[in-house]
Design a protein around this ligand. Sequence first.
Ligand code: CTP
Ligand SMILES: C[C@](O)(CO)[C@H](O)COP(=O)(O)O
Length: 234
Amino acid sequence: MTAPTIVAVVPAAGIGSRMQADKPKQYLTIGNHTILEHTLRALNKHPAVSRVVVALHPEDTYFPTLAISQAPWLTAVAGGDSRAESVQNALHTLAAHEWALVHDAARPCISQQDLSSLIDHIQQPAFNGGILATPVRDTMKRAQTKSGSPVVSHTEDRENLWHALTPQLFRAGELLTALNEALEAGANVTDEASAMEFAGHTVRLVDGNPANIKVTRPADLPLATFYLQQGEPQ
Ligand SMILES: Nc1ccn([C@@H]2O[C@H](COP(=O)(O)OP(=O)(O)OP(=O)(O)O)[C@@H](O)[C@H]2O)c(=O)n1
Ligand SMILES: C[C@](O)(CO)[C@H](O)COP(=O)(O)O
């Protein structure tokens, strides 16, 4: 049986507005590399990943200045107006049977261990796709606004409540169809699993390392720096 082809798809066309930085957050540096380079290097390092497709903002002037932009294993495509559209654009460069390993550019702390943990599920006959995720640890409050301030509406049941992380792993053809249909229907698609759920697919949750954070707000940068300094989880 031939080994499955796994293509990493990296949505990197965002502007990082919540980061409040002077450049898109994927181009902020940690150590000697940008966040995007950390992410691309980690994905390419894994032996099961055959190549990487990165979706860039059409007006991105940073990427061509990086040496990694010339990597033979890396293809750049134009991103879209949303994360989902960026992923759609990248998926058009994959064959339908190939597995799409979709991972946020803004998650540079992904470990080889976690990549293997998700990818190894492909060997399971019943596996049709899944995501790295981590169970919530805190009491979860639903908010409402009162007199202009957020107050607690009620406490959510946190039993079986997980944070969805990335990578999210699905067959490229099924994922593209699901994204097309979900977006056409006006569904709220904030991750690939949302579209697959909308299409009725079963999405496996694979327990991932909570250190695989998405750099979103300023406080996340020193935390990601710390996690990257720790290296692979022991
Ligand atoms: N049109 C978009 C929007 C986002 N992304 C990517 O999707 C990932 C997760 O999105 P998010 O963390 O929201 O990044 P931004 O959209 O850049 O952040 P913000 O919402 O704060 O502007 C990021 O790697 C981002 O570059 C993308 O490829 N195309
Ligand atoms: C895909 C994701 O990282 C899973 O948690 C998340 O949905 C991305 O959300 P964002 O608002 O586009 O950062």
